[in-house]
Design a protein around this ligand. Structure first.
Ligand SMILES: [Zn+2]
Length: 179
């Protein structure tokens, strides 16, 4: 039964992200979002460690020390800043987050809204995604590029202050300059 629950969770998440991406005009990304979750490497782990209230990757990590599903996922999905972690061209810097293309920062933003909605349920408010990000941001260090962090924080702040409709319209018309 966990397989069905897991399937329902990822389908629902994809649906929420797709609605958001379509509102801002990112149709292809809306359709392709998180498709690797249906691959056996990610799907079977998701079924086995299904939690309902948090990501199964956390449970896999606690049980084996690391999450194979997450390593598979973040290597294939460009809307995660972890996908963009690479050696710096500046030899003194080591491994750092590279600047993400804007359209993936926007998909990451929409992904975070969807995740907050799923975990907060009826209690969800437009301020939650910002609060969640701020609570973890200090720990990210150089793993996220400063420009990417700034762009994400800007969007999350706008969401908290002006709401979803106004922020999505701003992204569509002003940032992506679509009609
Ligand atoms: Zn993802």
């Amino acid at each position: 039964m966990k397989a069905l629950q897991h399937l329902r969770t990822i389908n629902h998440h994809k649906w929420l992200v797709m609605k958001g991406c379509f509102k801002v005009g990112l149709y292809r990304q809306g359709l392709m979002h998180d498709l690797s979750k249906y691959s056996p490497t990610e799907f079977l782990v998701g079924c086995r460690y299904y939690q309902g209230t948090r990501s199964p990757n956390n449970a896999e990590r606690e049980s084996t020390g690391y999450s194979k599903a997450w390593l598979h996922h973040k290597g294939r999905n460009r809307h995660h800043y972890e996908y963009w972690i690479d050696y710096s061209v500046n030899p003194g810097e080591g491994i750092v987050g590279q600047k993400m293309p804007t359209r993936y920062v926007i998909e990451m933003f929409i992904d975070r809204i969807a995740a907050s909605k799923t975990y907060q349920g009826e209690n969800y408010k437009d301020t939650h995604p910002l609060a969640y990000y701020e609570q973890g941001a200090a720990k990210l260090g150089r793993m996220i590029h400063p420009d990417t962090a700034k762009q994400l924080h800007f969007l999350l702040t706008m969401l908290a202050e002006k709401g979803e409709e106004e922020t999505f319209a701003y992204i569509r018309h002003k940032i992506l300059q679509k009609n």
